[in-house]
Design a protein around this ligand. Sequence first.
Ligand code: TRP
Length: 340
Amino acid sequence: MTDHRTHRRVFSGIQPSGVPTLGNYLGAIRNWVRLQDDHECIFCVVDLHAITVWQEPRQLAAQTREMAASLIACGIDPAGQILFPQSAVRAHAQLAWIFNCVARLGWLNRMTQFKDKAGKDRENASAGLYVYPSLMAADILAYHATRVPVGDDQKQHLEFANDIAQKFNHDYDVDFFPPIEPLIMGPAARVMSLRDGAKKMSKSDPSDQSRINLTDDADTVALKIRRAKTDPHPLPSEPAGLEGRPEARNLVGIYAALADLPPETVLAEHGGKGFGAFKEALAELLVAHLAPIAAETRRLLADPAAIDAVLRQGAARAAAIADPITAEAERLVGFLALGG
Ligand code: TRP
């Protein structure tokens, strides 16, 4: 079960938020696409996690499909890798239950994401939101995946997953679940709102002007960039000059990430210019990158049945890995194996 290929197995999950933003693309998806070259990858649209907060049922289904289509349009290869919706593989929920019984309340109480997401009205948060980290641990460990690309904000969840793996191994006196290695994706790719350089670019921001969606057409992209908040000063010629200028830093960061250049190089070229010229160059670069993705996403979404067929195949291949691992965990726990 653990030859050296599985040892490098990558697992990652993304919320079914519909068509992703530029932030999702530069922060996560583009890294996934790159990992495919030398890893066996399993990519999951995490609809079980999504319902830890209220989701309109019809929208959830549509958004799960949209996310999958966008991932494929961005270059995730659903034939070479595995792409599926979490709810389609039962092992996730089954293993998560066992992990709920391994996790300690004290560990869950320390999770900062629960505190952030539950907010002030904690009594009214779902129990699912509280045990979100157990399900995330199950996502990864059901595949014995050892490499997990995530943003900075998910690091605590991976430590939690490692604690679960260790405690399970210890309690049942086995060496069954491997340690997980986070592949933290650089903070350079943290994309902020176009209206407020202190806020993350997000699907949930009420203003569509605050984000670039991967299906925005060329005119929309250009307009959003032209209207993006900036300050009255010209661009600095080196990164130190971005200090205290979050909006300028964000636009330079986006440019650098898309052009695959260090910010120094971008500023060496554009420093001293006003934002007008820079924004034009940035819009052009964005459109060059995003137009083909938008077109491909639209083409895929025109045939929902074909996307579902791809996801069904992905789920079958995922289950073929996760089911035996989960069955073995159940046997170790002492569940009666009735076969069949
Ligand atoms: N919690 C992750 C996020 O919000 C999504 C996720 C769910 C995930 N399961 C995962 C990420 C397993 C990596 C591995 O971004």
